[in-house]
Design a protein around this ligand. Structure first.
Ligand code: NDP
Length: 309
């Protein structure tokens, strides 16, 4: 068995070592142009050449949950593609979003500013009913985020492509219920995959439909958001703030106006990091299952390129 690895964003040595430990008989190597045909490839943002040279892979593993970068490329025909399926990211996303929602709801930024200015000022508690949280995307991450928020009794809403049922969450589906979903949400959390249907979905028209005094949390992809529309809605005060973890260009360029807007909080694509041990054990288990004859459809995280995620 031969396994190739290609991810220029991380130190490959611990990954290669762990793969060799899991499959002592296998030939595990960093991808090089002209590498012999492999059985499996673990990749993040691979060059097209890698995909063109490996037409007989038994599976391709994307070292991330989002596959938008991979699906822009020409994939080897008929090769199953797997993405990371939670692998320790869902709980990170749940804690990140929960802290952001609580920070907004409890006005902790203003409280902190008071403290920094030496002001002792208590704020009026807001009715929780006036802070419904809407989560776009009811997949692995969106559902975990909603389960986390349930602990704090916020009214919860969720929107997905196909109808979903979630106890304690008012659910909406498809373009026909999109506006209704937005109209009842004050905090909007984006956890959609980036596809042709969802690109630029956070724009002036959609964000204006949120309840007044709305707050945006974008933890999915920068290309979901039309940057200038967010700035315009902060200017007209329909939105009161945003927490952004992802951007059209990363790192966010120094001259980008988001850096200078105090109502926008910025984190460096850090809401849910890829964890080496969890990710590898998930991919190793899938390779072992495929080697033992399992059908790709029976394993979680199989990407449907025709749907876009
Ligand atoms: P899933 O594939 O499990 O879930 C995607 C959800 O989005 C599904 O509920 C799906 O609907 C819904 N959806 C897709 N297209 C549409 C559409 N056109 N209209 C309405 N709903 C739609 O993905 P994950 O939860 O694992 O991950 C979501 C995204 O989070 C990733 O694609 C990635 O971009 C981002 N991410 C960001 C990270 C970060 O650090 N900032 C880390 C990890 C992921 P249905 O249920 O009907 O299929």
């Amino acid at each position: 068995m031969r396994i190739l690895f290609h991810d220029l964003t991380l130190d490959p040595e611990p990954w290669l070592a762990a793969l060799r430990l899991a499959f002592p008989q296998a030939d595990v190597a960093l991808w090089q142009p002209g590498a012999p045909q492999a059985d499996y490839a673990l990749v993040w943002a691979p060059p097209q050449q890698l995909l063109d040279e490996q037409p007989r892979l038994k599976a391709l593993f994307n070292i991330a949950a989002g596959v938008d970068a991979l699906l822009k490329l020409r994939l080897p025909a008929g090769v199953p593609v797997f993405r990371l399926d939670d692998a320790g990211m869902a709980v990170q996303m749940a804690e990140y979003v929960a802290q952001a929602v609580i920070r907004f709801y409890r006005e902790l930024d203003a409280v902190q500013a008071d403290a920094q200015a030496g002001r002792w000022q208590q704020r009026q508690p807001q009715p929780r009913a006036q802070c419904p949280v809407g989560v776009m995307g009811l997949g692995v991450l969106g559902q975990r985020v909603l389960r986390g928020l349930q602990a704090f009794d916020f009214p919860l809403r969720g929107w997905s492509r196909t109808p979903k049922h979630m106890e304690g969450v008012q659910t909406f589906a498809g373009p026909e219920q999109w506006h209704e979903f937005l109209a009842g949400s004050r905090v909007l959390v984006n956890l959609l995959p980036l596809t042709p249907e969802t690109e630029n979905i956070l724009n002036r028209s959609s964000l204006s439909r949120l309840l007044p005094g709305a707050y945006l949390i974008n933890v999915a992809r920068g290309r979901h958001l039309v940057d200038e529309d967010l700035l315009a809605l902060l200017d007209n005060r329909h939105l009161v703030g945003a927490l952004l973890d992802v951007f059209r260009q990363e790192p966010l360029p120094a001259e980008h106006p988001f850096w200078r807007e105090p109502r926008i909080r910025i984190t460096p694509h850090t809401s849910a990091r890829t964890l080496q041990q969890e990710s590898l054990s998930q991919m190793v288990a899938k390779m072992a299952a495929l080697q033992a004859g399992a059908k790709p459809e029976s394993l979680g995280g199989l990407v449907r390129p025709q749907v876009g995620y």
